[in-house]
Design a protein. Structure first.
Length: 254
């Protein structure tokens, strides 16, 4: 993997809310500044306004929104969907990445609806509950838990990944606890490069296997749809978020 990705973190704002227009001026979707500038810098889009950024494509895309997709067109707030704070934000995959990464390409490529902004504290709180559910699903299929006292590697890999990608967003006391835990298991100096190598090697060997086992049991597109709705409902029921994105829909089709 390209080493430049080792220190990737969220942008200061998770949502830029740039508005993309079709060649005839029909609003298509909101997107990041990076994506908007990619079109503009290649002269395949025209900048209409700067603040807010609105740009119009100079070519006819394969799919043009009818303008009635309220979720894709809605401005999205840079705040925790659970409590509304604007501090220490991370992105959370409502359908865990360990499963989504094994979905068919045409499904896993359309994930923006199920990626939300959440603060570190509530992210940690939810992941503790979600881990037990992941274990339950794995036991039902394989008879084994994903996480056990004999296999701390998964926790270490997750901590390493979080420290590499979102270190500046973690409260200092929590960060030091995580670094101490990692040091106890990998030994020596805890550097970004060592943590990156650890979680990459772990995922390459066995970190993603439990997710694939579960997804392989989803035989049809409807099975995948039901599985996605299952995780959406679990997140809503567990966290009772007060600030969900406008027009987010628990039953949205894949």
């Amino acid at each position: 993997m390209n080493s430049k990705k080792r220190l990737e973190t969220l942008e200061s704002k998770a949502y830029s809310n740039a508005l993309m227009l079709s060649p005839d001026g029909v609003p298509m979707c909101r997107c990041s500044l990076k994506r908007a500038n990619w079109y503009i810098n290649r002269d395949i889009a025209e900048k209409i306004s700067e603040n807010p950024l609105v740009f119009k494509l100079k070519f006819i895309p394969n799919l043009i929104s009818s303008g009635d997709n309220k979720f894709d067109l809605a401005e999205k707030a840079n705040q925790c969907v659970v409590c509304g704070t604007t501090e220490n934000l991370t992105k959370h995959h409502i359908v865990p990445y360990m499963y989504r990464r094994h979905f068919p390409l045409d499904i896993k490529g359309r994930s923006s609806h199920d990626v939300v902004v959440i603060c570190v504290d509530h992210h940690t709180e939810y992941e503790a509950v979600a881990t037990e559910l992941k274990n339950k699903l794995n036991v039902e299929i394989t008879g084994e838990r994903i996480v056990s006292e004999a296999k701390p590697g998964l926790h270490v890999a997750r901590y390493c990944r979080t420290l590499c990608n979102n270190s500046h967003r973690i409260p200092e006391d929590r960060k030091q606890e995580m670094i101490k835990y990692v040091a106890e298991h990998i030994g020596g100096e805890v550097t970004t490069e060592r943590m990156y190598d650890f979680y990459q090697e772990y995922e390459a060997s066995n970190g993603s296997a439990p997710g694939k086992v579960v997804v392989d049991n989803l035989k049809t597109k409807q099975d995948i749809q039901d599985f996605i709705v299952f995780w959406r409902k679990h997140f809503i029921d567990t966290m009772n978020p007060k600030f969900m994105i406008d027009f987010w829909d628990i039953n949205r089709s894949i």
